[in-house]
Structures are given as structure tokens and as C-alpha cells.
Ligand binder design. Sequence first.
Ligand code: FES
Ligand code: FES
Length: 408
Amino acid sequence: MTRVPEARVAKVAAGERVDVAMTVNGTEVVVSVPPRVHLADALREQLGLTGTHLGCEHGVCGMCTVLVDGEAARACLLFAVQCEGADVVTVEGLGSPEEQHPLQQAFSAHHGLQCGFCTPGMLMSSYDLLTSGPRGTAVQPEELPVEMSGVLCRCTGYRGILAAVADVAAQHPDGLPAPRNCGHRTLVGRGGGPPTARADGSAPDAAGAPPVPAEVRLPAGAPSATVEVRSELGAPVDRVWEVLADFHRLAACLPGAELVQVLPDDRYRGRATVALGPVKLAFDGLAQVVEHLPDQHRMRVLAQGADTGGSATQADIRLAAEPAAEGGTVLRADAALFLSGRIAQFGRALAGDVSRRMFEQFAAAVEESARSGRAPTAPARPPGALTLLAGTLAARLRAALRRLRRTR
Ligand code: FES
Ligand code: FES
């Protein structure tokens, strides 16, 4: 007689977190979640994979469809803790902007998306249909309305969606290509998720403080905003570089930032606050110097931070100090910003404007520190709503005047 193994019963209090190890888009991750959290929330909030959309959270609309162990599943109906050891593929794993999956290309070619809210569910559901359906890609166009009826489109864009799926089925009679954006690599979606996420397997410290990732990882895909700023300083380039090369002084020049802990491998743990109107965000995060070229006065810093409200930012920042005419310095910063959560509502233009205003404050503090040889006398204040908005409006006004002059 076959012996059925006894079920392992583990009791977990409602607020207690459980570590769940799974593979998401080819990368092994560990998420730490309360047992009531469903897979879609874990993907979106812990891993920043916001491509999995939530419509009904009752298993009706199909927006949250992902592949679990190769089969389509409603991520709102699965608890994350049920996915221990599972292999999950989300829409981010299907293809990247550089290498789209044929289904993504066909949705674009056939105008299969309007607002795009149902698109992740439609893509993952149609992928499942054409790979795991009874006859693989041999699906007849007239069967598609029924086969695809598990995902609802609020824009009623079905005609284009069904044409896209029929096209891919016809183009790939011998089987559908596998997802193109899976494989062990730098993480996954946009945004780093709150500090409980442990996509890299790092452990919380003994004091129970949020875990420190072993390295800063940037998401795949295009940044939310890019910023290029320059400031002319009166201090000579060597004195400016002294400030940039000393992370304590550098951190003291960053508006609203506070250096909390110096870690091995050129990593720095810190806090930063930003207030813009009613939106006040306090980020806990990590910065890592990944390139340091004293001869050229250049450095590259990766940073990531998350606040308790679910906003997350990641940034790839390149700083350079170059000699300017008359002995001064041109301080440059190029940054690629990845935003998610509430902060993403700032939008591309405002994120750029806010970053520019912060850089102006940073440059002024670097100038003061370079001249005095010490950290700035007053800690750089967090950027406030009025300062930022006034600066932003003034910059936009200046740009509008410049455009007006050019058209005359
Ligand atoms: S959100 Fe999961 S089916 Fe609607
Ligand atoms: S394209 Fe808008 S919900 Fe389908």
C-alpha cells in the first residue's frame, strides 16, 4: 500500500511573516509575507512586478493571470505561501522592450490594447492557451472567443486581441517560442518593493532591522525618467572631488539625506525624506559606489530606497567634476530614475524637475564644503513643497521665455 506522507501543519499568526522561496522570471527570490497575502500582491509589492494587474481580486476578470509551474493561474486566488518552490512567470518575463515575445508584437500590430489594463492577463492567458491547450498552437480563429473568454477587457478591444492571438497561432504552427525575458539576472520589474523583499536572499540583521541587500540592483527596462544636470562651482576641481570622495561629506550635502551605516563593499545605508505638497515620503535605502575614478574625478553610484507607503525608487547616478575656466569646477550628474508606487505619480517631467532642484541644493552644499574643508555647517534640508514648486515653475518659465525668444 502506498504510504501518503503526512501533511506538515504549521501554525502562523495573522501578522507573522513567512519566508517563501520561489523562482520568478528565472530569478530565485525569497519574499517575506504575512500568510494572507496573495501571489499578485507579493509580486507587485514585494518584487515591484507591477505588470500583474488586479481587477476584481475574486478570480473573475483574469487580469492577474500568471504562469505557475507552466500553467495559467489567477494570482489573486493563490496565497503567496502556497507558491513555495514554484516557478512563476509574469508578463515581465514574457519579453522585454528590446526583445518582445511574438504575442507582444502581435498585440501591438493588431491594436490589441487600448488602455492596456487587461493586456498582461490577455498575454499570459493566450500564451497558456497556445502552449498548454489541447492542440497547442492549432487553435482555430472561431474558437478563440470562447478560449479567451476568461479575461475581460473593459475597453471591449476583443477584435484586435483575438486577431493578434490568431495571427501568432498561424505563424507558429510548430509551437510557441518560450518566454524571452527569463533567466538568472538582475532583478525583474520596476521598483524595489519595501525593505522586506529579499530577492537576493539577504537576511534581516539581528536587531530585526530591515534586511540589507548584498548589492543594489536596478530593474530591467527603461527608466521612468532621466536627468542630466550641471552646475558651475567657484571651488577648484580638487577641492570638489575631496567632497565627492568622502561619503560622509557627500551624504551631508544631499538634501534631506542622512547616512545611517557604513557597510562593507562601498555600500552605505541611509534615509532620505522628500515632501511635495501632501505627499511626504521617507525612504530607507542603500547606496553603493560601483565605480570610483579619482584620476578622472568621476564616480558611479547605484541607489535604491523604499518608503512604508509602497513608493520605491532606484537610481543609477554618474557624478563628474571637471575643471572649468578660471579655476572653478563644472559638477555634472546624469541619473536614470526608476520610480514605483505613489512617487511614480509625480510623472516623468516633475520627477526631472524635482531632481534638478535637489541637485542645485546639493551643488551649493558641495561648494560650501569644498571651500571650508568640512561638512556643510547646517545639514542639507529636505526639499520642501514650496521650494521645489517655486524652483520648478521658475525653471519652466525660463524655458518658455527661451523658446519664445527663439521663435521671434
Ligand atoms: S484580479 Fe484576479 S481574476 Fe480578477
Ligand atoms: S484594453 Fe483596456 S481593459 Fe482591455
